[in-house]
Write a protein that binds this ligand. Structure first.
Ligand code: S3P
Length: 212
């Protein structure tokens, strides 16, 4: 019996094509604190039927202590070394959808691992949105400064040229989460399957162009 193409079934086939094209590669979300990496990552993983992992939570589990405690007891360099090790291990166990902490992509070794074993998405957010979101939680050691807004501005300036090296960029803004997830899915499909969202529903060969 011919299949009826409804929005739900086209979406499912697009999601399945992405998962097939990924193979063992993961989808890694990078970007500033408060950009929505965990929130979007969790929803994206459900769409792609992949496991979701949060690098910060995995670092805390491996260390047996919270991130503020790791910073306070051992210092940032120790945290960064652990972060790089944990992300390397998680990427070896792909495919997963992995949300990384805001500083992880700054390390060249981690960037090159992500390049080799994943497709990266930079969730780009404006400073005012970041500030509004990070104010809700006081567990970010880097923002325990006299002037957190100035710190966010400085980090954005330092980090954006590096985040820009991600394979894909999605603008994270105040719209329903599902809209951002849809944009991630469309971008992943275009990148991996060589087809834009507009061609969904047509017969396209996703495997032929899935060279990455
Ligand atoms: C950091 C971001 C945090 C966490 C740590 C350092 C950063 O993760 O890894 O506090 O350097 O930007 P989120 O980006 O998930 O908040």
């Amino acid at each position: 019996m011919p299949e009826t193409v409804s929005p739900a079934s086209t979406s499912t086939s697009q999601d399945a094509e992405i998962a097939a094209a990924l193979g063992t590669r993961s989808v890694v979300l990078v970007g500033m604190m408060g950009a929505g990496k965990s929130t979007i990552g969790r929803r994206l993983s459900a769409r792609l039927r992949l496991q979701f992992l949060d690098a910060d939570a995995e670092i805390e589990a491996a260390a047996g202590m919270s991130i503020p405690d790791i910073f306070e007891t051992h210092g940032e360099p120790h945290f960064r070394d652990g972060e790089a090790r944990v992300i390397a291990r998680l990427l070896d166990g792909g495919p997963v959808v992995l949300a990384t902490g805001g500083g992880a992509f700054m390390r060249e070794e981690t960037r090159s691992r992500i390049r080799g074993k994943a497709v990266s998405i930079w969730l780009k957010a404006d400073a005012d949105i970041i500030m509004r979101r990070v104010k809700r939680r006081a567990d970010r050691p880097l923002l325990q400064t006299e002037d957190p807004a100035a710190t966010v501005d400085r980090l954005i300036e330092q980090r954006e040229p590096v985040y820009r090296q991600a394979d894909l960029t999605i603008w994270s803004r105040d719209v329903p989460h599902e809209k951002i997830v849809d944009e991630c899915v469309d971008a992943l499909h275009g990148f991996l399957c060589g087809a834009s969202a507009a061609s969904v529903g047509q017969t396209t060969s996703s495997t032929m162009d899935a060279t990455r």
